[in-house]
Design a protein around this ligand. Structure first.
Ligand code: NAD
Length: 385
């Protein structure tokens, strides 16, 4: 199969945040092309986005329902293969379910749905249709995160004892939603964001990163959620104690009122034999800590890396690779998995290295457990499987 894979988009129109990042990441390897979209809840904005994206007018739709219906009727050699969903959280399940029912594969941004109940329904639908579902927990796409995974899961640290993961940001330290700032407005609105604010928005990235690297599943947790900014309806800060299955212990904190912090995602993991640390704002370096010698700096682009990490590098060592490249690694794997499926062959097993509907269900179970624990006054709560 030598053609490009055809992508449609729901959301991501003029003035939106992450849609354009998806378009850049999807385009990076030249395997995928955007062919259509329903880019906004406002049809006029959707049309205006169409002009900016140089799409033909008849491939820009007023709604995702119209898009799936009309794309389905196009000839097979022309219609979209999959859709990416980049709308606010309350509008993930409906378009994802509609796309799957119409026979389209799906890529969706996180958190996967509005609630755990929706996430479970979506998982049932993915299983029933057998279609490919990807979830953009994009931090798993960094080469040094993949190397950390190889080290932690490969036994280099020994049995994992402790995970400390944090995601501080500062952009919501004031009530900017009251000024009409669009991204803040829906994230702080329980009807559009979900049961949690900060913990759903970025706490889920931290939860997913810890699991991706270590392979450990959360057994139970004890959480405190705080709303510091007066007038805000959802948490803007949260602290979680975690017990992992198998006995490891964890601390996860996420905050959006941490002034001066940008995207300070930072993870430290310690086992019986060593430890590691990776910081998103310094993504090309992984620190390996040993009890019997100085710390080691492991660097992106180097020939000594594992196959999984090398495969995720695009440039020689020393040329910084960052957010877009890591995001693109998810798309590259998703595209290879989809291409193999369309061609009726088995994919490279390493191409199956992208977050799926199962990660999405666990993300929603995490949010639900955190909110339940916090509402009960920081009681220990079992996380649903
Ligand atoms: P945004 O508000 O900037 O953009 C949302 C877009 O969805 C807008 O273009 C809006 O018009 C469109 N939209 C709303 N209703 C629609 C409908 N019915 N049909 C079609 N389009 C519709 O939001 P954002 O910050 O880009 O976030 C979007 C999603 O991406 C959220 O789920 C968020 O959690 C996630 N996100 C992920 C990352 C990441 O790093 N993976 C980063 C930012 C946002």
């Amino acid at each position: 199969m030598s053609r490009k894979i055809r992508m449609g988009m729901v959301g991501g129109g003029q003035g939106s945040a992450i849609g354009k990042v998806h378009r850049m990441a999807a385009a990076l390897d030249g395997q995928l092309e955007l062919v259509c979209g329903a880019f906004s809840s406002d049809p006029r904005r959707s049309k205006a986005s169409c002009a900016e994206l140089y799409l033909p007018a008849d491939r820009v739709y007023d709604s995702y329902a119209e898009m799936f219906e009309r794309e389905r009727r196009r000839p097979e050699g022309d219609r979209m293969d999959f859709v990416v969903i980049v709308t606010p959280n309350h509008l993930h399940y409906a378009p994802a379910a509609a796309a799957l029912k119409a026979g389209f594969h799906v890529m969706c941004d996180k958190p996967m749905t509005f609630s755990l109940a929706e996430a479970r329904k979506l998982k049932t639908l993915v299983d029933r249709t057998g279609l490919l579902f990807g979830l953009t927990h994009n931090y798993t796409g960094y080469p040094m995160v993949k190397e950390a995974r190889e080290l932690a899961r490969g036994g280099k640290l020994g049995a994992i004892r402790k995970i400390v993961v944090e995601y501080p940001q500062g952009w919501l330290h004031e009530l900017i939603e009251a000024t009409g700032q669009k991204q803040a407005a829906w994230r702080t609105d329980p009807a559009r964001s979900g049961a949690a604010g900060c913990m759903g928005d970025i706490g889920t990235h931290a939860e997913n990163l810890a699991e991706y690297i270590t392979g450990l599943r959360i057994d139970s947790l004890c959480a405190e959620l705080t709303t510091f900014v007066k007038g805000r309806k959802l948490d803007d800060d949260g602290n979680v104690l975690i017990r992992y299955q198998g006995g490891a212990r964890g601390i996860l904190h996420a905050s959006q009122i941490a002034i001066d912090e940008e995207n300070g995602l930072n993870i430290r993991v310690w086992g019986e034999k060593g430890g590691l640390q990776w910081r998103q704002e310094e993504p090309n370096t992984l620190i390996l800590k040993r009890p019997d010698g100085p710390r080691q700096l492991i660097r992106s682009g180097q020939g000594y890396l594992s196959r999984r990490a090398r495969r995720a590098c695009r440039l020689p060592a020393g040329h910084p690779e960052g957010f877009i490249e890591a995001f693109a690694n998810l798309y590259r794997n998703y595209a290879e998995a989809l291409r193999a499926r369309l061609a009726g062959r088995k994919p490279d097993p390493l191409a199956l290295d992208f977050p799926t509907v199962d990660d999405g269900v666990r993300g929603m179970a995490f949010i639900e457990a955190v909110v339940k624990s916090a509402r009960a006054g920081a009681k220990w709560v079992k996380m649903a499987e």
